[in-house]
Design a binder for this molecule. Structure first.
Ligand code: MG
Length: 250
């Protein structure tokens, strides 16, 4: 994977004839103390509608969150979406690909909840295909959370996915790059340039996939080595750039 430290914002016409893929947390909405505290406001809803129109529907959200949560935030909008790090997928026309709940999950969740009861501030999040240990409100518990995540993952034969103040335990295989490639294979998007915008380490697979398909990645946040070719400073800058992009003549 090619890595550099990009420092220029994307060109204003990057989305022309492109397909747009968006991470959610830290990209479209600011990170909150708890994941259920983020807000999708009227401005963001309006922006998503405008982008969908300008791009003729070539837009998708690819998030680590459960698909049901992303659907909840964007309401009944006909939107192509992937949840759970690429595992769950729905298309704007109603098609969907949602695997069965894995058998190891119930036991792992019980173990994590027992741990959570002993570590105030650690938030245990049950996900459809895994679980997350959030320690944003208890940073001193990072090492203990990592150890528990690694133990659960080893016993279940799955992996630990670190994120921002979170360790997630989930099945291996399937990442945001896979979701991007699957959506790009659809006739709606096939042959266009994919642009993926995201902020976290889990977005690197999608930056690389977008670049390999002739498109580009856009990193949101501080400069760091990344497979993305462009950078936007923060969520506000990203919203501003997307809004400006919808007024560039196609
Ligand atoms: Mg993110």
């Amino acid at each position: 994977m090619h890595c550099s430290i990009p420092d220029s914002p994307p060109p204003a016409d990057l989305l022309r004839d492109a397909s747009l893929f968006l991470d959610f947390d830290g990209t479209l909405v600011d990170l909150a103390p708890r994941p259920d505290m983020v807000v999708v406001d009227a401005r963001l809803r309006a922006l998503m509608e405008r982008l969908t129109a300008v791009l003729n529907g070539r837009i998708a959200i690819i998030s680590g969150r459960p698909l049901a949560q992303i659907r909840g935030y964007f309401g009944p909008a006909a939107l192509t979406m992937s949840g759970s790090h690429g595992v769950e997928r729905v298309w704007a026309d109603g098609r969907s690909l949602i695997p069965d709940t894995p058998g190891w999950l119930a036991g792992a969740l019980a173990r994590a909840e027992a741990f959570g009861a002993r570590h105030p501030g650690v938030l245990i999040e049950a996900k459809p295909f895994g679980l997350a240990l959030h320690y944003r409100l208890a940073p001193e518990a990072e090492a203990a959370c990592r150890a528990l995540a690694e133990a659960i993952a080893a016993d279940a034969g799955v992996i630990v996915q670190p994120g921002k103040m979170v360790f997630e335990v989930r099945a291996a295989g399937g990442d945001k790059g896979d979701a991007l490639r699957a959506f790009m294979a659809d006739p709606l998007m096939a042959g266009t340039r994919p642009v993926f915008i995201g902020d976290d380490v889990t977005d690197e697979a999608a930056f690389a996939a977008a670049t390999a398909l002739g498109g580009a990645g856009v990193l949101v946040g501080e400069p760091r080595p990344t497979a993305a070719g462009f950078r936007l400073e923060n969520v506000a800058a990203t919203i501003g750039w997307l809004e400006a992009s919808t007024s560039v003549p196609a």
